[in-house]
Design a protein around this ligand. Structure first.
Ligand code: PAF
Length: 284
């Protein structure tokens, strides 16, 4: 049986530990998560275990990245199961703080995230990336990793974190790992458990839409407006409840690309029933 990771709740203990590991010449990797782990998270953990000497996964459902009315209270929490999965992936340490430790009553400083956070997700979840940037910086300050691993599934999150790290001279290298999909093509997400059987069928439209327009672009389609129109039509025909965005953008600036100039990122955020799902692909 793989050894269970050591769970640390206290930021000072965490910082002291990684400081001594780094002083001993160890390369430390960090995999920030909100728990409810699936193969997507585990692929990040394995990438960290492969590249670094010591991996610290963080499990913290960060309240400041949820707006009122979002799914903070029902967000899945399953620490014991997560620890088992992380042990199997070879993770040695888990930082699992309490909300009151991360945000004591008198804490009032937060990060104003970069401009690219205002588009796409930012239009529909205006407070989200402020919360993400703040917690990621706090986690980096506490864990002090050399490298941190994020999934391409949260495309804009990686862009925001990467720019924050550049803008604020944070000494952490950011790695982006590919999206992990179920055998039916649905991108793995902790929120997939909210989907009924019928909703899951509908959700498959998202990946099918991405694959369809990716092929069109690879075959020479350069009309961004037409691609977006087609994406929206396919999503509606597939039965999604509503579309937050379907976009063709420059992968670095997240500005819409029309006429299309490769590489582009195709980004989708939709509701299937009450569940909000995002997915993307990059066409090079
Ligand atoms: O991607 C996530 O799970 C979260 O946004 C993160 C990066 C752990 C910050 O809470």
């Amino acid at each position: 049986m793989p050894e269970a990771p050591v769970v640390i709740h206290d930021p000072v203990e965490m910082r002291t530990l990684t400081k001594s590991l780094k002083r001993a010449g160890k390369k430390v990797g960090c995999v920030p998560t909100m728990g409810a782990l699936h193969e997507g998270h585990l692929s990040l953990a394995r990438a960290s275990v492969a590249e670094t000497d010591v991996t610290v996964a963080t499990i913290f459902v960060n309240p400041t990245q949820f707006a009122p009315g979002e799914d903070l209270s029902k967000y899945p929490r399953q620490l014991e199961a997560d620890l088992k999965l992380l042990a199997e992936a070879g993770v040695q340490y888990v930082f699992n703080p309490q909300a009151e430790t991360m945000y004591p009553p008198n804490s009032s400083t937060s990060i104003a995230p970069p401009k690219i956070s205002r588009k796409l997700e930012g239009e529909f979840r205006p407070t989200h990336f402020g919360g993400v940037a703040t917690i990621v910086l706090k986690l980096f300050n506490i864990v002090g990793p050399n490298v941190a691993f994020f999934g391409q599934k949260d495309f804009q999150q990686v862009a925001v974190v990467s720019q924050m790290v550049r803008d604020l001279n944070v000494p952490v290298e950011i790695r982006t790992c590919p999206i992990v999909r179920d055998t039916d093509g649905l991108a793995l997400s902790s929120r997939n458990i909210y989907l009924s059987k019928d909703e899951r069928e509908i959700a498959l439209t998202i990946n099918k839409t991405l694959a369809h327009v990716q092929k069109q672009i690879e075959d020479g389609q350069r009309d961004g407006f037409e691609v977006v129109t087609e994406m929206r039509q396919m999503l509606i025909d597939g039965g999604v409840s509503s579309i937050d965005y379907a976009a063709v953008v420059d992968p670095l600036t997240l500005e819409s690309s029309d006429p299309i100039q490769l590489p582009v990122a195709l980004l989708i955020a939709v509701y299937v029933g009450k569940t909000r799902l995002i997915d993307n692909c990059v066409v090079t």
